[in-house]
Design a protein around this ligand. Structure first.
Ligand SMILES: Nc1ncnc2c1ncn2[C@@H]1O[C@H](COP(=O)(O)OP(=O)(O)OP(=O)(O)O)[C@@H](O)[C@H]1O
Ligand SMILES: [Mg+2]
Length: 422
């Protein structure tokens, strides 16, 4: 339990004082680019840096009375108090597909809940290790699920803070001798009590460089994952094949990971459902032929370079909103109805260059190395090359500098590090 962590800590890993970090998701080591990182999801744009007053302590204090052998425990009450059902049903509602992932989250939630009840009868309930690895292609929901996980683990009293600190190699590893340990230590300090999310964790290990400073970070992480596992959950994320190679070279890391979750690519139907959900959240509707156009758009987009699953859907819809707005404004109409303001028409989607048969796969965007996570959408009319909103370049540290705050309650779908442009 959160309260029992009177263990010895390696020097330097001071606990973050209560409230020391806004009750939410915080960034890695550097401050670059945080201020302009928007939030892309409804219901959270105003929560980006929320200063949640959420108490650090877990919410189960009132539920700890010891029970006699003959007493019964109120499971319904326990579920309500912990909000676990609410969190799980929100997960179901707001995330399309991901059935195996949702199943595992449900299992973890059940285990923690039952452990709480067992403790009240003084039954053994050793604290499970919950370090995890999330693998999958860009835009499959890894960051989003990690945020939900942080919230759930906090609600169930496993973590004392509803916080996720998201970092990449650059936040942890220094450029010069002596820089790495303080950098890593600082990140660990910020993450303590919550979740440390390391995106593209395999970059920590550089095979080609025998004495790469990343090794120092890995060693510190290994130590903390073992010694501080009562007070920190580490989630590693990235592509599956690269992560597998990383684990082969770092068996100590692999053995500390309790849950390996693989996020599959979404099917065309799931992508469309994600699109509908995103529009619904933003109070937009699709005209019937716009829905057909979106389905066609997604089919085409899936076959193109730098397709990034749900993120590409989000980007496509952002572009459709721009075209919708432009259509209304340039229509010369004097009055508009609520319906006009809400309804995306087929043409708002069909104007994308994704439909341009002359350049079906050649997206004229000069990708930097390692930008597989990027997604582009090009406007047919203007010919603009648009590195559309929300597809910030992973390699440039997009994921490394996110300071995302976990709202106390309410939807935080996709509170992810997407850079908003247009
Ligand atoms: N199953 C889903 N249902 C609805 N929206 C989703 C789903 N999965 C992802 N999204 C949305 O897609 C966007 C990208 O998701 P997210 O950032 O979590 O992906 P990721 O796997 O972390 O990507 P990357 O590997 O590029 O960091 C977010 O806006 C998120 O809300
Ligand atoms: Mg991510």
């Amino acid at each position: 339990m959160a309260g029992d962590n009177e263990r010895s800590r390696p020097s330097g890993f001071a606990m973050t004082p209560p409230g020391g970090s806004p009750g939410g998701v915080t960034s890695g080591g550097s401050d670059k680019g945080q201020s302009d990182k928007g939030q892309s999801d409804k219901g959270q744009s105003d929560k980006g840096q929320s200063d949640s007053d959420e108490p650090d302590e877990a919410t189960d204090d009132s539920q700890t009375r010891e029970l006699g052998d003959d007493e019964l425990v109120d499971l319904v009450n326990e579920r309500t108090e912990s909000d676990v059902d609410e969190i799980l049903s929100r997960l179901d509602r707001e995330l399309v597909g991901l059935v195996p992932i949702k199943t595992r989250i449900r299992e973890i939630a059940s285990l923690l809940l039952i452990d709480r009840l067992r403790r009240r009868y003084q039954l053994g309930s050793s604290r499970p290790s919950l370090h995890m690895c999330f693998t999958g292609s860009p835009g499959t929901g890894k960051t989003t699920v990690a945020l939900r996980m942080a919230e759930l683990l906090h609600k169930l009293g496993y973590l004392r803070r509803n916080t996720l600190v998201s970092v990449t190699r650059d936040d942890l590893v220094g450029q010069y001798i002596g820089h790495t340990a303080p950098k890593t230590r600082e990140v660990l300090k910020r993450a303590m009590g919550g979740v440390l999310f390391i995106d593209e964790a395999y970059y920590l290990y550089r095979v080609e460089n025998e004495r790469d400073y990343g090794q120092e970070t890995i060693e510190m992480l290994l130590q903390v994952m073992e010694n501080e596992r009562d007070d920190l959950v580490v989630i590693l994320a990235g592509y599956k094949d690269r992560m597998d190679t990383f684990f082969q070279s770092n068996p100590g890391m692999s053995s500390r990971i309790a849950h390996h979750l693989d996020f599959p690519n979404y099917s065309a139907e799931e992508l469309l459902a994600i699109g509908r959900l995103m529009l619904e959240e933003q109070d937009y509707t699709l005209a019937p032929d716009a829905e057909t156009a979106l389905a066609e758009y997604l089919q085409r987009r899936m076959a193109q370079p730098r397709f990034s699953n749900a993120r590409s859907v989000r980007n496509a819809l952002e572009r459709a909103r721009l075209r919708h707005a432009d259509r209304l404004v340039s229509s010369g109409a004097k009055q508009l109805s609520k319906e006009d303001l809400m309804r995306i028409e087929a043409e708002d989607i069909l104007r994308s260059r994704v439909f341009d048969d002359d350049s079906p796969t050649e997206i004229p965007y000069e990708a930097e190395a390692g930008t597989d996570g990027a997604d582009t959408d090009v406007d047919k009319a203007s010919g603009d090359v648009d590195k559309a909103s929300g597809d910030a370049d992973k390699a440039s540290g997009e994921a490394g500098d996110k300071e995302l705050d976990q709202p106390e309650a309410g939807p935080d779908l996709g509170k992810e590090p997407e850079t908003k442009s247009a």
